[in-house]
Design a protein around this ligand. Structure first.
Ligand SMILES: Cc1cc2nc3c(=O)[nH]c(=O)nc-3n(C[C@H](O)[C@H](O)[C@H](O)COP(=O)(O)OP(=O)(O)OC[C@H]3O[C@@H](n4cnc5c(N)ncnc54)[C@H](O)[C@@H]3O)c2cc1C
Length: 551
């Protein structure tokens, strides 16, 4: 169907290259990191490979003949699929729970059919037909949701259709003087960057999932990338979009700016497929950076690191990339780095009293003179805050390895570990409390037989008023009840996060997994407002009914 590489079914990576049948932990993790994990977690690596892909259970497609004929009439035979492979590849996303299910051979959440419209008009006609035939519609971008955004759950148990957007994956127009590009929702970051590079431009959105995630998916989830502190979150890059709904087509946004009433663009961004399908996105682009500088710093303690970032933020000096790791994450990162250079760095940090310190990676991009000026001012504040400079090698190494995490996750799962991430954001004043509360909740719920989990945290994005926190959790997996093990930890961590003043999600979105908490975040009236908008655009409730809005 698409000409972009497909994501492998039970893990991460391009389908043919990454084996679906497990891999070698020893070949993935340096010896020091393996030793560190086994010591910290009291875990003995044990082979727990996924079942063979042809053993994954899939129920019969429930797409009736009448509905199928209607869809084929609109889109053509080739663009309406009910074969096993097409359905399996669009079953759910890539959260730990999704992977557990797929690895155990369960694809009961697979859509009943996969359709690939080619234009906004076809998509609008498709939605009208699905409304008429009682089919639930789940827009499918890259399939990288980590919050159950593609679960396709429907209280009325209607057949569900994955609307795969891979046929709408090209640049439609480029307005260089206005720095605007309009693209199809199924386009992925690398393909768009390649096209923009020909004109000396970039859009600069780099989430860890960027190899597979799509422009429409970023808009639908309000994604944030690794350089979002400087470039802006994805929602800040969107200047306009087209949303095909069962009630018609909405075009929202009017660059460069407008005061024509409340911002309807803001309603479409983050709508997670509940209002319809985003079929076109207009993005702000910028010149490709002439230079970049990445470097590492170390703080003795986490509070010292947070205080220094807060000062940078107050003086409008936050670098484009900001990642402050706590002591647990710093230790693990240093163990992951192999070779003589890494050993020397560990020794030097110990000698300078930073043996249990916190690593900060910062990155600047843009014109060389501006980088130098920003770097100079930021460096002097960092030094005043007690940081020591580790130099460019640390920054460059982070940049080189920054997309490897999900590949390592697969191998850790093969070895019997629970591996998941969660994220939030809070004001600078609330951040320390949120950090403590989430870590405590995770440690309390995941400690088994006296063995505590490893909870590693970093600040991933900075703002004038606060920052985001990103937690990575590793624990010995409960092989009897792995799903329940994570669900109870997630529940406790989310409760703790909200009680301490954090947001439900800084960039992963709500999906099915977070929707029980949405009302706590936006209040009952807020939920009613969103439901009223949905009722107007999607009166039969066919658009991704299992996500975002609580029942
Ligand atoms: C390893 C890994 C790393 C990640 N790192 C990051 C990160 O750094 N930053 C970040 O923000 N997120 C990250 N994510 C989460 C995920 O990549 C983002 O949420 C991303 O925006 C999803 O894009 P997608 O194209 O894969 O969307 P999908 O997963 O296909 O869909 C996500 C949701 O959006 C809806 N949707 C998709 N396309 C459309 C459309 N055209 N119209 C309407 N609704 C649509 C879907 O129905 C679904 O509810 C990561 C995920 C993984 C697995």
């Amino acid at each position: 169907m698409p000409d972009q590489p497909e994501l492998t079914i039970q893990g991460w990576g391009p389908a043919p290259a990454a084996p679906d049948d497990g891999g070698d932990l020893a070949g993935t993790l340096p010896k020091a990191a393996r030793k560190h994990l086994t010591r910290e977690l009291g875990w003995t690596p044990r082979p727990t490979p996924p079942v063979a892909v042809d053993q994954i259970r899939l129920t019969e497609s429930r797409l009736g003949e009448e509905a199928r004929t209607a869809l084929v009439g609109l889109l053509g035979e080739d663009n309406v699929r009910t074969d096993r492979e097409s359905r399996l590849r669009r079953a759910g996303g890539k959260s730990y729970l999704d992977l557990l299910r797929r690895r155990e051979g369960d694809a009961s959440d697979a859509p009943d059919a996969v359709v690939t419209p080619g234009t906004t008009e076809e998509t609008a006609a498709l939605l009208a037909a699905c409304s008429e035939h009682g089919l639930v519609v789940v827009p499918f971008g890259g399939g990288t949701s980590v919050v159950g955004g593609l679960a396709g759950m429907d209280p009325d148990d209607r057949p569900s259709i994955a609307v795969d957007l891979s046929r709408m994956a090209s640049v439609q127009s480029l307005d260089v003087p206005s720095s605007l590009v309009t693209v199809g929702p199924g386009m992925r970051g690398p393909a768009l960057e390649e096209e923009l590079a020909r004109e000396g431009l970039t859009f600069g959105h780099l989430p860890q999932s960027w190899e597979f995630a799509t422009i429409g998916g970023y808009a639908a989830t309000r994604s944030a990338g690794q350089a979002s502190t400087g470039v802006g979150r994805f929602d800040e890059l969107v200047a306009g979009l087209t949303l095909a709904t069962p009630s018609g087509v909405l075009e929202v946004g009017h660059p460069p700016a407008t005061a024509a009433g409340p911002d309807l663009l803001g309603l479409a961004l983050g709508s997670e497929g509940t209002l319809g399908v985003i079929t076109e996105v207009t993005l702000r682009v910028r010149p490709r950076p002439a230079a970049s500088a990445y470097e590492g710093w170390s703080f003795r303690t986490w509070p010292a690191g947070l205080a220094a970032l807060q000062r940078l933020a107050r003086h409008d000096l936050l670098p484009d990339v900001v990642r402050l790791s706590d002591a647990d994450e710093t230790k693990a990162n240093l163990m992951m780095a192999s070779g003589a250079g890494a050993k020397a760095l560990r020794a030097s940090l110990r000698t300078r009293g930073h043996g249990e310190g916190c690593l900060l990676v910062v990155g600047w991009e843009g014109l060389p003179a501006l980088i130098r000026a920003r770097q100079r001012e930021a460096s002097s504040l960092l030094r005043e805050g007690g940081a020591i400079r580790l130099g460019r090698r640390v920054g460059d190494s982070w940049k080189k390895h920054r997309f490897e995490g999900p590949y390592v996750r697969d191998r850790l799962m093969d070895g019997g570990l629970l591996v998941e991430t969660l994220e939030t954001a809070a004001t600078w004043s609330a951040l320390p409390t949120v950090y403590d509360a989430v870590r405590r909740a995770l440690r309390e719920t995941l400690t088994r037989d006296g063995r505590a989990p490893l909870v590693m945290t970093h600040v991933s994005h900075g703002y004038p008023t606060g920052a985001s926190l990103y937690f990575t959790v590793l624990a010995d997996r409960d092989d009897d009840l792995p799903i329940q093990q994570w669900l109870s930890a997630k529940r406790a961590a989310t409760d703790a996060m909200l009680a301490a003043g954090g947001t439900l999600t800084h960039h992963h979105a709500v999906g099915a997994d977070h929707r029980p908490w949405l009302e706590r975040e936006i209040g009952p009236l807020g939920v009613e407002v969103l439901k009223a908008v949905k009722q107007r655009l999607d009166p039969k409730g066919i658009c991704n009914p299992g996500v975002l809005l609580p029942d």
